[in-house]
Design a protein around this ligand. Sequence first.
Ligand SMILES: C[S@@+](CC[C@H](N)C(=O)[O-])C[C@H]1O[C@@H](n2cnc3c(N)ncnc32)[C@H](O)[C@@H]1O
Length: 220
Amino acid sequence: MLTPRMQLIFNHVMGKTAADIGTDHAYIPIELIKSGKCERVIATDIRKGPADTAARHIKKQGLNIEIRVGSGLSVLKPGETEDIIIAGMGGKLICSILAEHPQTAAASTLILQPMNGQYELRKFLRENNYKTAAEDLTVEGFKVYNLLVIKECENPVEYNDESDFHLPSALKGHIYFEQLRQKKQRELGKILKGNEDAKSGRNAEVVEYYKKMLERITEK
Ligand SMILES: C[S@@+](CC[C@H](N)C(=O)[O-])C[C@H]1O[C@@H](n2cnc3c(N)ncnc32)[C@H](O)[C@@H]1O
């Protein structure tokens, strides 16, 4: 059985073929094939250790899932699978994986589940002309997890002001929006305090910026 975070990723896979970049345990590819949701899944990892773990789990289930070892999207051809999952990694690492192979990234639907750095990821996607088709959330234990679906679509999620990169207004109304807001308030509040207390001198501009962002996300 998948955890709520993995189930959220599974729910957003719509293609019949998918690649899971940084698969580790391969639980998502296994469920995609076992359930019949996908016909073909490629599980990849940069390290041999996790790829071996994936191979063991797949073998135990008696499934046919190809494993490739290599960095990011280097192991895929553009358009080789309808969907590409990049989950359980930091937002900045996801940005660099996409930036290294833009053609491959642009040729599939991307299902991105960043563990942190959501602000940097949203900004990168916007600056590189990716369309965000959907944002979603789940909660596992006390943690809130974000998910973004990136694909060509008619009505992309709009980030209307800078504060939307921290807390998208598009998520308002989601059952876990309040949890996400509180998490962002804690995160931004901590950065603000760090800058207000900075021994090397208070950076007035940074302090102003975080005060404003905190105000905006509190108003949403
Ligand atoms: C924390 S695990 C996440 C596993 C799974 N995707 C999930 O969401 O549960 C991160 C995995 O990504 C792999 N990884 C890190 N950088 C990578 C890269 N550039 N390309 C492919 N895999 C990478 C790591 O080896 C590790 O197995």
